[in-house]
Design a protein around this ligand. Structure first.
Ligand SMILES: Nc1ncnc2c1ncn2[C@@H]1O[C@H](COP(=O)(O)OP(=O)(O)OP(=O)(O)O)[C@@H](O)[C@H]1O
Length: 661
């Protein structure tokens, strides 16, 4: 049994349906230690035979048996392993990877061995020294002469310690001196106990080997031994191979990324802008939400709940005002009686319950001057004490007047001086029947000045003041609403629920409960919606980014077709090639993400600084969650964008890829 046996190899090419037989039944035996030259006319099928021996061609008849094991050409994994562990290729046109240095070109082959990183570098350096390139390891292939390139290719072919070296016209492009050197090296390789099979046109070259096989008309017409094969050295330790680890794909992808840095940096910038916009809009949404929450909570007490009568479908009475229209109002339906107030008081969680009134169309007279007080509310727990800018919260027969609408009208500059004055207020309400109007007139002492700020105007009296005035005038004392304070923010929701569950004797729901929280919930829902719409618009730009990545990757695949062929010939699998492109794209995605985060925080910081002057609030609040979502987006987009180009790269036939210009 020979080391390598070819049996009845037949191969035809087809042009349409027309068959062109190239190899017509080749059977050959090869032993380790041989340096075999394959001679034959141009177009005679020598390269075709080499591709079959090298495990690159799977479409042929016949068998290739190595150390007694026949290769199954349907099993791609087996062929990948065969190429990476047993075969080393040397080509006439060198086939070096241009964006890698000399050292890195040799290391590519070593990536599929079990050596440590340091051992790989050591072995690659030693091999390059052996072929006389110890000084050139940091150069790129385009900085080398033809002879030097061929030596790099030899070092690479030897790197993974293969048993068979296939050299397809290794000296075809070299001058006499380099040819002699390369032949000497090939001879040494055979002397190490490897099988060297070299295709050549030159009889001179062929004469350097141990055997010449001549091909004519698709058959062997001469097989001549020139000298004995080299004796096999004993106890040689062989390197063991393994599939390419993912980290190597990432390293290779990174090198290519930095090699075409400018083109890639533009793609990264484009993608980063899309990601940045998504992050900034999300951050703006958070900021606006926080700002509104802050503003609302500073105006109103979050543990206070306003309760009004529940209006089903046709009524829309909330905490509005009781107007006295032609038909009057249905007090039964719209106001809270003392008895109902008791029910609220008895609800679990209520700490303090206050009736609330709202007086509308209130006129005031002070020192013979008329004031339009508009709507007057009763003081309740929903008010924040800090809104009182002078004086104090109104007690019985007192009023807190609005700063703009009243105090400044009284005295523009010295508006505080209104405190302690008496103002005569008049408004109209209704009797128990809800129809008959009653005019109320009351002399109230100004207890202080209130400034509701952007929320509008507010004049506030004590609920007791209103109630006793109504009692005296025979008007309805039913409250328009009730304000309840609960223990803490956590007690708000349960209380709200309990109150809304209170039914009257007919089983009809009695109350609606509005909390600052529920108002905020509504606002927050709207802001979230707006933010998501903005972020989604920004995300559209990510589709453009994805398209850019797809185009770049397709360009990359076309540019690197030859490299793909080289990597496949070195033993990389389809999966490895696919991963090379997906990892490059994912690296673009990651770099874009980092750039986007930097952009978002820099621009966010500048905007916050500018807006702080207006709102005294950080309007852009990018959270850790926003950053993570953006990262996931970046990874998904870049991965999806790479799928098609990577698939195309992986599907390339290695022989066609190697033949690419
Ligand atoms: N992919 C292909 N499709 C069709 N015909 C092909 C293909 N590849 C090679 N051939 C043909 O097969 C024949 C053998 O080609 P091959 O490259 O093996 O010859 P060769 O002996 O190596 O030639 P040379 O010495 O000129 O390099 C040639 O006639 C060539 O035109």
């Amino acid at each position: 049994m020979a080391y390598l046996e070819l049996r009845d190899i037949q191969k035809s090419y087809y042009l349409g349906k027309e068959k062109f037989p190239v190899l017509k039944g080749i059977s050959l035996d090869f032993e380790l230690g041989e340096f075999v030259s394959i001679l034959g006319e141009s177009g005679g099928g020598k390269s075709t035979l080499m591709n079959i021996i090298g495990g690159l061609d799977r479409e042929f008849d016949g068998s290739v048996t190595i150390e007694g094991q026949t290769l199954d050409h349907h099993l791609e994994n087996q062929l990948d392993e065969y190429r990476r562990g047993t075969i080393g290729y040397i080509y006439q046109s060198y086939n070096l990877i241009s964006h890698l240095t000399v050292l890195e070109n040799v290391l590519v082959s070593l990536e599929m061995t079990t050596l440590s990183q340091a051992e790989k570098t050591k072995r690659a350096t030693e091999l390059l020294q052996r072929v006389g390139l110890g000084e050139q390891i940091r150069k790129h292939p385009n900085q080398l002469s033809g002879g030097q390139k061929q030596r790099v290719a030899i070092a690479r072919a030897l790197a993974s310690d293969p048993q068979i070296i296939i050299a397809d016209e290794p000296t075809g492009a070299l001058d006499a001196e380099n040819t002699a050197d390369v032949l000497e090296i090939l001879n040494e390789i055979a002397a190490e106990g490897r099988l060297v099979i070299a295709v050549t046109h030159s009889q001179d070259v062929a004469d350097h080997g141990t055997r010449i096989v001549h091909l004519a008309d698709g058959k062997i017409d001469n097989d001549r031994r020139l000298r004995e094969p080299f004796a096999l050295p004993e106890n040689v330790e062989r390197l063991s191979d393994r599939p390419l680890p993912a980290s190597s794909s990432y390293r290779n992808a990174y090198k290519h990324l930095t090699f075409s840095f400018w083109r890639n940096s533009l793609i990264m910038l484009g993608t980063a802008i899309g990601l940045f916009a998504v992050m900034l809009f999300s951050g703006l949404g958070n900021g606006v939400k926080a700002y509104i929450n802050d503003q609302v909570n500073s105006l109103a007490n979050p543990t206070a709940i306003t309760i009004s009568r529940y209006q089903d479908d046709d009524g829309n009475q909330g905490v509005g005002q009781t107007t006295v229209g032609a038909g009057g109002v249905d007090l039964e339906e719209t106001t809270i009686s003392d008895q109902q107030m008791k029910k609220i008081r008895n609800t679990k969680g209520a700490k303090h319950v206050q009736p609330g009134y709202q007086l509308s169309g209130v006129k005031g007279k002070l020192d013979d001057k008329d004031y339009n007080l508009g709507t007057v509310q009763t003081w309740s727990a929903t008010y924040q004490k800090k809104l009182v800018k002078a004086g104090h919260v109104p007690g019985k027969n007192e009023i807190l007047v609005d700063k703009k609408a009243v105090a400044k009208q009284f005295d523009k500059k010295n508006w505080r001086s209104i405190v302690g004055k008496h103002i005569n207020v008049t408004w109209v309400t209704v009797k128990e029947d809800g129809k008959t109007p009653v005019t109320i007139n009351k002399n109230l002492k100004v207890s202080g000045v209130i400034d509701a700020g952007k929320a509008g105007t507010a004049n506030v009296v004590d609920a007791q003041t209103v109630k006793s005035a109504y009692e005296k005038a025979g008007a309805s004392t039913n409250a328009l609403f009730a304000t309840v304070r609960v223990k803490n923010a956590d007690a708000v929701k349960p209380f709200q629920k309990a109150v809304q569950n209170i039914k009257d004797s007919d089983g009809k729901r009695l109350f609606s409960a509005i909390t600052v929280g529920s108002v905020l919930d509504t606002i927050n829902t709207i802001v979230t919606l707006a933010t998501n719409v903005l972020a989604a618009i920004a995300a559209i730009s990510l589709i453009v980014s994805a398209l850019m990545i797809i185009v770049t990757m397709f360009m990359s695949v076309s540019e690197r077709t030859k490299e793909i062929g080289i990597l496949r010939a070195l033993g990389e699998s389809k999966k490895d090639v696919r991963r090379l492109f997906t990892s490059e794209s994912v690296l673009i995605g990651l770099a874009s993400f980092v750039l986007a985060v930097v952009l978002a925080f820099v621009v966010g910081g500048i905007l916050n600084h500018a807006l702080y002057k207006i709102a005294s609030f950080n309007m852009i609040q990018i959270t850790f969650g926003n950053v993570i979502v953006t990262l996931i987006l970046a990874l998904i987009i870049s991965f999806l964008a790479a799928l098609l180009p990577a698939r195309r790269a992986a599907k390339l036939n290695p022989i066609d890829a190697l033949a690419a210009d």
